[in-house]
Each structure stands twice: as C-alpha cells, then as structure tokens.
Design a protein around this ligand. Structure first.
Ligand SMILES: Cc1ncc(COP(=O)(O)O)c(C=O)c1O
Length: 447
C-alpha cells in the first residue's frame, strides 16, 4: 500500500462528530450522483498517476514533502464546511485556530507577541513583508543575495522599489562585506536574509547582518520559507545554529508550513515582530467584519478569502506534533539532516562527483566531474534522466563559477555556470532509504 488508508476511516469518524454540532438543523440530504462521482473520481485518480512519486523517499528532487495524514484529514474535515478565514463571519473556529497556530510558530522563533497570519504560500508571505518594509522606509531599496529566491527581485518590481543583488561567498551565503559596501550608499531600507536558500540550502550569516544594523539604518526580513523549522533541530552546524539562534532579533520572518511543516499547499506564514505594523493594512470593507469587534484576519492580510481548512490542518498538525526541540517533529528534521550528510559523505568519496559544500540544512548539490563545464552540465542532465528511469527522482540546479570552482570539477571552464545535480532530503525516511538511493545513483551515473 502506498498511502495510509486507515486515516480516511478516522476522518469519517471525526466527520460524524462535526455533523453532530449541527444536529438541530432540519435534515439535508445532499444530491450526489454517487455512480457518476465514482466514475469521475476513478478518472481523476488515473490522471493523477501522471506525476512523479513525490510522496516516496525515492523522490529526492525538488522541495516537495507529503503532508502528514493528520493535515490531510483535518483539511478534508474542515473543507466539508469550507470556512473562509477572511472574516469571523465566514470562519470563526478556523480563525481562532489560525491565530493559535501562528502564535505557536512565532513562539518557535521566541516571539511572545507578534502580528502574523497564514498566506497562500511563501511568495505572498514575502510580498507582505517587503510591502510593510516599503511602507516603513519609503523610497528605499530592497537588498537580497544572488542566491535568494527569485521572488525578491520580482516582488521589488511589483512594489516599484529598487532591488540590489548582493554577491554570495563560495558557500552560497550573502557576503556581508559586499552588503556593507552597498549599505554605505544609504539607499537600502530592507535587507532580506535567507535562512535556507532554495537551490543549495545555504544559511545567510544573520549575526553579521545584525551587526551591520547597529551601524546602518535598515530593517531585516528573514526568508525562512524553506528553512524556518530548522530552528528547533539539534544537529545544525555552528554557522547555521548561530543564525537560527538570533532569528528573533529580526523585523519579519516568512516560514512555509507547506514546505517543511507537513502541510498541503498553500500554506505560507508571515510574522512581524512589531504588531503595530498592522496599521498599514487598514482599509474599509463595506461587506465584511460585522460579526464582532474582535480582530478579523482579513484586517491584517492582503489576501481577502483564505482557506480556513489550511488553518485547521496546521492547527491539528501542531497539536499532534508540536514544533518543539526534542519532539517527534524536531527529530524528523534531524533525520533529514542526517540523510543529507550521508549523501554528502558518499558523494565526496566518489571520484565521479564534486559536492559543492557540506549541507547547511538538508539540501545537497553536486557537480559531475568532467573535462569541461559544458560536458559536466550535459552529464548531470544525462544522470538526472537515467536516474528517473530507475525511479530515482533528483533535481537539477545551475550554479555560478564562484560557488563551484572551489571543488574543481572541471579543467576547462568553457561556460561560467554549470548545471549540477541537486537533492532535497526533506523526508525523514530519506535517512533509511539512503543506501537504496545511492545504489540507484551509482547505476544511473554508469548508464
Ligand atoms: C527561500 C524561499 N523563499 C520563497 C519561496 C517561494 O515560496 P512559494 O513557492 O510557497 O511561493 C521559496 C520556494 O521554494 C523558497 O525556497
């Protein structure tokens, strides 16, 4: 069996409990043509088979992680009502659940008070943080590293704010010396620090950026969309540990429960340390906000309608697996790190490959040794395809000369970038599956 079936039986039990809450209402027998539905659902299942096996440990490619069964079940349960967390009128219980779940994430970063909410994903969450940054320092630029997610330069365009790209060091981390050179010009209002870059999982040197904030006037936004939960992992390297330990000192944080938080898409989250930034969201809504004087989440969110089911799923997951150091959830993240470290060690011992650097979190990137940069890229693509034919799903990512040259994979640099292989070891099961993954990689490399 590929998927957990028993949880769907538990879902039916909880559905009965939910229904009892509405017993007083006249009966309603929804008109559903079950035979037709069965046929269409079977067709849907057939169509969905045209996917890579994202849920399986042999999928170690892109940043994809299956939701926990409780998240799936809670989402489906809430969806029967389909609450809308825009306003209390449309989603009373799930708004309360959202506030509790978001407070728990804020607490994970050491914030007893905060302003925050769930979003459709990391892009929207970063958008809100950058927008608030613009409102706080109008006319000033946004700066982010060359390895930051592409969303930051694109969102700067949307916000009509200048964007400054900061070069990275060979480990793919924002270079604080280069940042200071730009800060001296006095034009930067927000610095984006990425704790867990998308391509290589690098952790920017937050302590250095905090030190610069003592001397220059800017605010710090942390994009921890992918890496945020590693705050509670116990097996980080010192550079990452130091950055995550000081995350509470920044102005805003983005973390995506739909990446490492075991949630279905779309579930991002934006958090602000200073709750008074809520003033920027002020607007009049003649249609909503009638039910009480309590805060409606739509009053502090740019999106209007949002899935209450996302909040129910996250709340239930946090109830079952609190994001606390030493807990089951934290141990899962630690297993991901162990898997990534095992992969790195095996690649380093293999003279066909040149891993870029030891993983800071659970992403590993490696070049294929070859005579030239072009040949290395071509070999990486061939291995990627051969591995997929063996049901091992990797990813590809392009890295610049500056990040690859230290491991010297080619003698002829006939291109200034190389396409590398990349693996996101985001499932705790990757640790146990690593021997099988390596066996298939070995076969793919020789194919
Ligand atoms: C560091 C980082 N920021 C932002 C994003 C964008 O998030 P989303 O895809 O949820 O919009 C990603 C996605 O991979 C990411 O890794």
């Amino acid at each position: 069996m590929t998927f957990e079936h028993e949880c769907f039986r538990i879902l039916v039990e909880s559905l009965t409990i939910l229904e009892r809450g509405f017993d007083r209402l006249p009966d309603l027998a929804p008109e559903v043509d079950l035979a037709a539905m069965r046929a269409v659902l079977a067709e849907t299942a057939e169509r969905l088979r045209d996917n890579d096996p994202y849920h399986h440990p042999l999928y170690i490619g892109q940043m994809l992680k299956p939701p926990h069964p409780i998240a799936r079940a809670a989402y489906a349960l809430a969806m029967c009502l389909n609450p809308n967390n825009h306003a209390l009128d449309g989603g009373r219980a799930t708004s309360a659940m959202e506030k509790e779940a978001v407070a728990q994430l804020a607490l994970m970063f050491g914030w007893e008070t905060h302003l925050g909410h769930l979003t459709g994903g990391g892009t929207m969450a970063n958008f809100e943080a950058l927008w608030v940054g613009r409102e706080l320092r109008p006319g000033k630029a946004i700066a982010a590293s060359a390895q930051a997610h592409y969303t930051h330069s694109r969102l700067s365009e949307v916000l009509a704010v200048p964007f400054r790209k900061i070069p990275v060091d060979p480990l793919g981390r924002l270079d604080p010396v280069e940042l200071e050179t730009i800060l001296r010009e006095g034009e930067v209002g927000t610095v984006v620090v990425t704790l867990g870059t998308t391509a290589a999982g690098a952790v920017d040197p937050l302590p250095d950026v905090l030190a610069l904030r003592e001397r220059y006037d800017f605010q710090i936004h942390v994009d921890a969309a992918y890496g945020g939960y590693f705050r509670i992992a116990s097996n980080l390297v010192p550079l990452a540990r130091e950055a995550f330990d000081r995350i509470g000192e920044v102005d805003s944080i983005v973390i995506d429960p739909h990446k490492h938080g075991l949630q279905p898409y779309g579930c991002g989250c934006v958090l602000f340390r200073d709750p008074t930034v809520g003033r920027f969201y002020r607007h009049d809504s003649p249609y909503t906000y009638f039910s009480s004087s309590e805060l409606h989440l739509g009053e502090i969110s740019l999106e209007c309608s949002r899935a209450g089911a996302s909040a129910a799923a996250l709340w239930a997951t946090i109830r079952l697996l609190p994001p606390e150091p030493g807990g089951v959830f934290a141990r899962g993240l630690e297993s991901c790190r162990e898997a990534a470290l095992a992969l790195y060690a095996a690649l380093e011992a293999d003279d066909r490959f040149a891993p870029l650097f030891p993983p800071a979190l659970d992403i590993v990137a490696w070049a294929v040794r070859a005579g030239s940069a072009t040949e290395s890229s071509a070999r990486a693509r061939r291995i990627f395809e051969a591995a997929a034919r063996l049901d091992l799903h990797l990813a590809l990512a392009t890295f610049p000369h500056s990040m690859i040259a230290p491991v010297d994979p080619v003698s002829d640099w006939d291109a200034d970038r190389i396409v590398c292989l990349r693996a996101c070891a985001m499932k705790p099961e990757h640790r146990e599956w690593m021997p099988e993954i390596l066996k298939r990689l070995d076969a793919a490399a020789d194919a």
